[in-house]
Design a protein around this ligand. Structure first.
Ligand SMILES: [Zn+2]
Ligand SMILES: [Zn+2]
Length: 206
């Protein structure tokens, strides 16, 4: 059964990056103070990609709550690498994370209140993902796109042509709300914001 108002129950936390707690049970990214999650009945942590600012509290939160950790297989391989995880940029070592679930794209995580689909969106990192909840048309974009036509940087082991292809894929969705990995949540003409991201990425092709 869906919630009456047909809105996804999402709480936003932010320290290094945005993290979104869905229905109190699924956490998307963990760049937060782990104490903020204490007391929740967390079942699953889904990492949008391997970067430090999205993953730093993962193991602590998983230990505290018993939640399983899911990440795309191509970013799982990079988890121990100080540079590929951008940890060195933050003056840190790569956090030690042992994923329980490897993603490849197309997986569905569902409960009574949501159906979250994994979309593989390489470009910012090889194993970057977005998550789409089609009932409420909610798109969790990690660092693939940002509001106002922003895009994730490709100079940390990413690839611009992959990113363009990934954003093209996002333009086939019709999201009402965008939950990005940085900056604010927006519901203002999201498909046209994605179109601006795509135009921006295409402009960068030499
Ligand atoms: Zn990133
Ligand atoms: Zn980030």
């Amino acid at each position: 059964m869906k919630p009456d108002n047909n809105k996804l129950n999402v709480q936003k936390f932010s320290l290094y990056a945005n993290a979104y707690l869905i229905d109190g049970t699924v956490l998307i990214d963990t760049g937060i103070d782990p104490r903020e999650i204490a007391g929740y009945d967390l079942e699953l942590i889904i990492l949008t990609h391997c970067h430090f600012d999205h993953t730093c509290a993962t193991s602590e939160i998983a230990e505290m709550t018993g939640a399983k950790i899911a990440i795309h297989e191509e970013d799982a391989r990079l988890l121990g690498d100080d540079c590929a995880t951008a940890s060195a940029l933050f003056g840190k070592r790569a956090p030690e994370i042992n994923p329980d679930i490897l993603l490849y794209g197309g997986e569905i995580f569902e409960s009574d209140n949501f159906v979250l689909e994994v979309i593989h969106t390489p470009g910012h990192t090889p194993g970057g993902i977005c998550l789409y909840e089609s009932e409420t048309r909610s798109l969790f974009s990690g660092d693939t796109i940002f509001p106002g036509g922003g895009i994730g940087r490709c100079d940390l082991g990413g690839d611009l042509s992959d990113l363009i292809h990934s954003i093209e894929l996002l333009t086939t969705l019709d999201p009402e709300v965008l939950y990005p990995g940085h900056l604010g949540v927006t519901d203002a003409g999201v498909p046209s914001q994605i179109g601006s991201s795509l135009a921006h990425a295409r402009e960068l092709v030499a």
